[in-house]
Design a protein. Structure first.
Length: 243
């Protein structure tokens, strides 16, 4: 319960700082680099394998039922745009970036650096949390787009060499509509905002030395990943209702 109270307080303080245009531009740029640029290789390799596995399994099923592959590429791109691209970016951010944020802020909390900031009249939420929230949202959107692209082209390679499906046939946009793009972008932004919010809150709740930092890091990964899955289901349901 205390964690969710901390999450609410951090969210309200972040929004208040945003209204006052206290974004911390230099720190935000640094966080975009830390969150986005340093995650490109991790996300790229992971999404490449996901694209290859997904297309192989889907094509194998289509071959067993009806060996007609004209919709394989369109279905793959729609699934990546709506679901796999954003949700995998969110989960990978939770495992790589969320753990780092929770550990960093947790270490500052148990070593009384957060209390020292407050004594110096420095708002720790404004300094530590707000730049991470918006930097992670921007990075999540970029990583989702990059991951979707890599997964699609890696899947196209499997379709070409494994099932003799020409790239011209695979590269089809017939199933992708504006609603799919809106849903994918919305998910990426929400996931990118949720992961640092929960991870930083877990860090602020850390206590008891290095053992407490470890527990805060574990809690950050579990809760962030769980919320990404729940938010994915909610956004998908809302999108289907609105369509």
């Amino acid at each position: 319960m205390a964690l969710w109270i901390t999450v609410g307080q951090m969210l309200s303080l972040s929004l208040w700082a945003l209204l006052r245009l206290r974004l911390g531009g230099r720190e935000m740029v640094r966080q975009v680099y830390e969150t986005g640029n340093r995650s490109i290789l991790f996300v790229g390799i992971t999404m490449a394998f996901i694209g290859m596995i997904g297309v192989y399994e889907l094509a194998s099923t289509m071959e067993a039922v009806l060996p007609e592959y004209s919709t394989l590429g369109a279905a793959t791109l729609q699934g990546l745009t709506r679901e796999m691209g954003p949700i995998m970016a969110g989960l990978l951010l939770a495992t790589r970036v969320g753990t780092g944020m929770a550990a960093e802020i947790g270490s500052m909390q148990v070593s009384d650096q957060i209390d020292a900031m407050k004594l110096c009249s420095v708002d720790p939420v404004e300094l530590l949390v707000l730049p991470r929230l918006f930097a992670s949202s921007i990075a999540s959107l970029g990583l989702a787009a990059l991951g979707t692209t890599i997964a699609f082209f890696s899947g196209m390679a499997v379709a070409w060499f494994g099932f003799s499906i020409l790239p011209d046939t695979f590269m089809s946009l017939r199933f992708v509509v504006t609603g799919d793009l809106i849903m994918g972008i919305s998910k990426a932004l929400v996931f990118g905002f949720t992961v640092p919010l929960v991870s930083c809150a877990c860090g602020f709740q850390a206590s008891g030395g290095s053992e407490g930092v470890g527990k805060a890091t574990t809690r950050a990964v579990v809760l962030s990943s769980f919320l990404v899955i729940v938010e994915d289901a909610l956004i998908t349901y809302i999108g289907e209702v609105l369509q």
